[in-house]
Design a protein around this ligand. Structure first.
Ligand code: LLP
Length: 427
């Protein structure tokens, strides 16, 4: 987060507030989100893509009403993938036409609510859904703008991508075997649908732009086939999200303006070659906007050196507030933030308080040898897919999200209490 620094005592400060004060006021663990940084990143994406393209923030990375208002104010649109995300967006005042609804198995209720609210687009994910959305729209007397999500046979993860003939996964309609073309044929025939474009999402935490290049080539190829077969040029394409962030110093992410330039150049080059009008582009970054803007603040509870192995540092949260290490073998860094230390580094593993040995927050890290119970440590880059994937495993209440800016801190998602947990237990 760009307002992060250290004061004269070596205490971490963010948005002009010390980590020690944040811990005192809000308790630990807590997600501390730098509002200025969030807004700056959102704005950078918006500005990079300009007025000829749209940026849909992917709410699955982290969504709350404050976030929805920031996005609204910074001129971004919003991608939601469930009724709950849709309800959050609408309740915070995001205009429905700036919302896109995603998901591979949207319920009839979710689809109905989205169409009634007037969402800007629904991204169709299967043949059944094409018919389902068309029927619901028609029964409501509406014509719903839709995109069809296709799978282009490219799978990108981090520094690599794989282009295969066929992707063995649940999302989208395969381009291969003429399935996507058939989906377009059906969608164009249904009165309840207005087909506005084609959607492709190739993966997450991607650094290598060549996967997008292959995807854009294949999507534009489909647009050309549609023009040749139906005489219509679809006006939009969405290239999804997936741009990577730096979790550790090994990662070297691209800036939004580089990404925007690369994507718009690829699409217009491909369209020129196919003699198509260049469609309006949209993208759906989640992690790249919110990921770097928050860190998790933990208090150290125990420090257990295991001779010849490593030192286990237990914190007051764990896999319930950050499942990514256990689930994806994700890499994080960590730092002592409540004081300075001259002690030498020891190889440490930061673990949580949950009842299983896979409950690891940071696999390998160096921490000062004098680390002790009561110290505060921070794990950076936990803004994306941490609070949004948090659980109540072991009946541990989920931590709050505290937004800081200009010397002020406010809770935007409050800490769960034992009462919250018990409220659902009606047996
Ligand atoms: N658009 C679509 C259709 C998506 O499925 C996703 C993410 C995004 C946009 C946003 O991707 P992003 O820019 O945030 O990478 N829980 C995993 C990531 C799952 C991503 C799912 N889809 C993780 O923690 O790494």
């Amino acid at each position: 987060a760009h307002t992060v620094g250290r004061n004269a005592d070596g205490v971490l400060t963010v948005g002009g507030i010390t980590a020690t004060r944040l811990a005192e006021e809000f308790g630990t663990p807590a997600y501390i989100l730098d509002e200025a940084d969030f807004r700056a990143r959102a704005r950078a994406w918006r500005t990079a893509f300009g007025t000829d393209a749209d940026v849909f923030y992917a709410g699955k990375a982290f969504l709350s009403r404050a976030v929805v208002r920031w996005l609204y104010e910074e001129g971004l649109n919003l991608d939601v993938c469930s009724g709950g995300e849709l309800a959050t967006a609408l309740s915070a005042g995001m205009p429905a036409e700036r919302i896109a609804l995603h998901g591979n198995n949207k319920s009839v209720q979710e689809i109905t609510r989205a169409i009634e609210a007037g969402v800007g687009r629904i991204v169709l994910d299967s043949f059944q859904e094409i018919v389902r959305v068309a029927h619901i729209a028609q029964s409501l007397g509406k014509r719903q703008k839709v995109q069809i999500r296709i799978t282009v046979g490219v799978e990108a993860h981090t520094h690599e991508f794989i282009a295969t003939a066929h992707e063995d996964q649940k999302f989208g309609i395969p381009l291969a075997g003429g399935q996507a073309a058939e989906a377009v044929r059906r969608a164009l025939q249904l009165d309840g649908l207005e087909l506005i474009g084609i959607h492709s999402h190739i993966g997450s935490q991607i650094f290598d732009m060549s996967g997008f290049e292959v995807a854009a080539h294949r999507v534009v190829g489909l647009l050309k086939d549609i023009r040749d077969e139906h005489g219509v040029e679809l006006p939009e394409i969405d290239l999804g999200g997936g741009l990577g962030i730096a979790y550790t110093s090994d990662d070297d992410p691209r800036e939004p303006h580089e990404i925007a330039k690369a994507l718009t150049e690829i699409v217009s080059r491909e369209c020129d070659a196919a003699r198509l009008r260049t469609p309006r582009i949209s993208v759906e970054p989640g992690r790249a906007i919110v990921g770097p803007t928050a860190f998790t603040l933990y208090e150290v509870g125990t420090v257990k050196p295991l001779d010849g192995l490593r030192t286990y540092v237990s914190v007051d949260g764990g896999m319930s507030d950050n499942i990514r290490t256990a689930l994806y073998d994700a890499e994080y860094s960590v730092a002592l933030v409540s004081r300075a230390s001259d002690a030498g580094p020891v190889l440490a593993r930061v673990v949580g308080k949950h009842c299983e040995s896979g409950d690891i927050v940071v696999k390998d890290a160096f921490l000062p040898a004098d680390l002790a119970p009561g110290d505060l440590i921070a794990v950076p880059a936990t803004g994306a897919y941490c609070r949004s994937m948090a659980s109540n495993y072991n009946h541990v209440p989920r931590p709050p999200v505290v937004a800081v800016q200009d010397g002020e801190a406010r809770v935007i998602v409050r800490r769960e209490t034992e009462e919250d947990l018990l409220r659902l237990d009606v047996g």
